[in-house]
Design a protein around this ligand. Structure first.
Ligand code: FMN
Length: 418
């Protein structure tokens, strides 16, 4: 997303008392560098970690710290009425809990109740605190209410342990802030058909062939498109995920079922985003009962190809924009290009599926966007929900979609790789 989004926007950066408070200094510098007007609030605990003078100097504005301040009556109202967005980074367990419960006993908790603009919270804490049932339920409450609570990162923690609790990386926090500020209903009028998850190809009544897809990417795309105003139908293989709000979900099991479900809705759609990891092979003669252990003589499985859904829908296309996902190993670009050409797609998202960077099951993903017209775009590792927004931006920005094109991206962080 273009960092121009930050130009002239008023951001209230609230720093709570986490050991990660020092990272808020770098965050502040990045926001200011990209043109945001940043005011800072620190809690008394945060002020023990980083001197307010640091924030005051870098923001060029007085730092607010106390609810009952002599210099300014009602600082909780003054602070928020000026803001386009409130960013709490780092957000402590304490401030997440107070915000979820609606408590207001200090400046930060009171201004969070008064805020009428979007709120983004970037938690940082010990892994056991993040996993505590009280905190889990507070985070649900906040997200339900529309607060963007980012996932902390895995890694080494201040306690010396390794776990989930690190403040999300700076580029992830910035991306979330920009996505929130840019949030528009720019997909209104589009009808988006998304496929997600794995398929199951039965061998007998209880056994099947499947793959490691979690469905998270497709659900993220469906959620993003719905939030940006599109009508969305999500056709999903078996996953452990809840359907995103305002999305019509259709559950399927096999590749054949997924094909029928997508085929039946294809003429309705303006955009098809095919993230599903559809099984390529299925047992030719599945058994209707359960194969007994002693009945199997060790013969190799007799497999046949499943229908190639994307290729078959591509042949039927009238007006639809087609976005495919390519799970690749080896030469990612060459394989992606081949898929783009063979299936006559408008854009392919290439994911690596081997090694530590594998997209399968992960909450984050690193991808290459390969538009039919234009150069490949390397997208850095992002949470899948933010990557979904990037994908929707790219489909628009590269004129893939039959909508008025916004200004060309002047994105410093998009690296053209060929
Ligand atoms: C050295 C130290 C480090 C701390 N780090 C964290 C942290 O990373 N996350 C957190 O939620 N609480 C942390 N705490 C506890 C908070 O500072 C404490 O809950 C405090 O009441 C938070 O107040 P605030 O939310 O108003 O800033 C830490 C405490 C100490 C003494």
């Amino acid at each position: 997303m273009s960092r121009n989004v930050l130009q002239g926007r008023r951001i209230l950066l609230c720093v709570a008392g986490s050991i990660a408070a020092y990272k808020a200094v770098s965050l502040l510098r990045a926001l200011v560098r990209d043109g945001a007007e940043v005011s800072v609030v620190v809690t008394p605990s945060a002020a023990r970690f980083v001197a307010p003078l640091t924030f005051e100097t870098l923001s060029g504005r007085p730092v607010r710290q106390h609810l009952f301040a002599d210099a300014e009556p009602m600082p909780h109202l003054r602070a928020t009425e000026e803001a386009d967005l409130v960013l709490v980074a780092p957000a402590t367990a304490n401030c997440l809990a107070k915000c979820a419960l609606g408590l207001a006993d200090d400046l930060l908790s009171t201004l969070l109740l008064a805020a009428r603009c979007p709120i983004v919270m970037a938690p940082a804490m010990d892994g056991d605190m993040w996993d505590h049932p009280a905190l889990v339920s507070h985070v649900w409450t906040l997200r339900d209410r529309g607060v963007v609570v980012l996932e902390p990162e895995e890694g080494s923690l201040a306690s010396g342990l390794v776990g989930k609790g690190r403040l999300p990386a700076e580029h992830v926090v910035l991306e979330a802030v920009m996505a929130c500020l840019a949030r528009r209903r720019d997909w209104a009028g589009q009808r988006v058909l998304v496929s997600a998850g794995p398929t199951r190809e039965p061998l007998d009544a209880v056994r099947f062939i499947t793959n490691a897809s979690s469905g998270k990417m497709g659900y993220a795309v469906a959620e993003a498109a719905a939030q940006r105003g599109a009508e969305v139908v999500l056709v999903s293989g078996p996953t452990a995920l809840a359907s995103p709000p305002n999305v019509t979900s259709v559950s399927v099991l096999t590749a054949e079922e997924m094909w029928h479900a997508l085929d039946a809705r294809f003429s309705w759609a303006t955009v098809l985003v095919m993230t599903a990891a559809v099984g390529d092979f299925r047992p030719r003669h599945p058994c209707s009962g359960k194969i007994k252990k002693h009945e199997w003589n060790g013969a190799p499985l007799d497999l046949e190809r499943t229908p190639d859904i994307l290729e078959s829908l591509s042949r039927k296309r009238t007006h639809q924009v087609l976005v495919g996902f390519a799970a690749e190993s080896g030469d990612l670009l060459a394989n992606g290009r081949k898929k783009l050409r063979q299936k006559d797609l408008d854009l392919v998202v290439i994911n690596r599926v081997t090694g530590a960077q594998s997209a399968c099951g992960s909450d984050t993903n690193e991808a290459i966007f390969l538009p039919r017209h234009g150069q490949a775009i390397q997208v850095e590792r992002l949470p899948k929900r933010l990557l979904a927004d990037r994908l929707l931006d790219t489909v628009r920005e590269y004129g893939v979609m039959p909508l008025p094109s916004p200004a060309r991206p002047q994105n410093k962080e998009i690296r053209r790789i060929q």
